[in-house]
Design a binder for this molecule. Structure first.
Ligand code: FES
Length: 263
């Protein structure tokens, strides 16, 4: 008995049915909308299938920072996916590292919505919130942290995005690590060269300050030794103005400036 014709017919039929089902499924998906719940304010937005999450959030009134304009390199647009995403793609993770990855943060600019999601926004990087009744009044908690004086000096030179690209969750954490010598001074990628220079200047200022007598006498023209040290570090004051400290202090300041230039 020749089975070739019925088998070929069945195979053809299966291919046809498969194609029709695929087309139907595609059409249905295109028209489908999904819910994205934002736990910070309890809001829920409706998003088209495959819509870009960052754009959808912006369209809904969330002022999400996107320092690199959606290029997937700055990390400022990150959101934490609490439900609806099993395995992020490398693009969704982008520059995010360590703890941020473990906690489920992904780049919203690299995320297309393909199902319902529950997400958390990183509040320090959200500049505006939509009006959603009482939920809109939800408090934005200020996570103020006590920094050591040295870390505070470094922190003042950082942009404050808390983007996490340096490997630390916040600029505060990074500043503390830099002040303790545990993190590199050039780790602030979004800040670029000006911030790196600022961080180095802040650390140099601390070294210079330690070399000053600490009388706060004002003979140098600055109110405090702190201010004079910062001015010397920034190149705005010469290292020979600490009259009470005299030649030994001047030599020490010059040596530190020299060392910083070499470094
Ligand atoms: S906007 Fe920069 S990574 Fe998304």
């Amino acid at each position: 008995m020749n089975f070739a014709i019925p088998i070929a017919t069945l195979a053809g039929l299966a291919i046809f049915v498969g194609a029709v089902l695929a087309l139907l499924s595609r059409l249905l998906r295109v028209e489908k909308e999904f819910k994205v719940k934002i736990v910070n304010d309890g809001n829920e937005i409706t998003v088209d299938w495959n819509a870009n999450l960052l754009e959808a959030l912006k369209a809904a009134g969330y002022g999400i920072m996107a320092a690199c304009g959606g290029a997937g390199v700055c990390g400022t647009c990150r959101v934490k996916i609490l439900e609806g995403l099993d395995e992020p793609t490398p693009a969704q993770l982008g520059p995010l590292k360590g703890k941020l990855r473990e906690e489920g943060w992904v780049l919203s600019c690299q995320t297309q919505v393909k199902n319902d999601l529950v997400i958390e926004l990183f509040e320090p990087l959200v500049s505006a919130w939509p009006e959603v009744g009482e939920a809109a009044e939800a408090e934005v908690k200020e996570k103020e942290k006590e920094l050591s004086p040295a870390a505070q000096r470094v922190r003042e030179r950082l942009p404050g995005f808390d983007c996490g690209v340096c490997g630390y969750e916040t600029c505060d954490d990074y500043a503390e690590a830099v002040a303790e010598g545990k993190a590199p001074q050039d780790g602030c990628y979004p800040g670029g060269e000006p911030v790196v220079r600022g961080v180095r200047g802040a650390l140099l200022g601390l070294e210079l300050r330690a070399a000053l007598p600490g009388f706060d006498c004002g003979a140098c023209g600055y109110k405090t030794c702190d201010e004079y040290a910062v001015a010397v570090a920034d190149g705005q004051a010469s290292p020979d103005r600490c009259y009470p400290g005299g030649a030994p202090v001047e030599e020490r300041l010059k040596a530190l400036l020299q060392g910083a230039k070499k470094g």
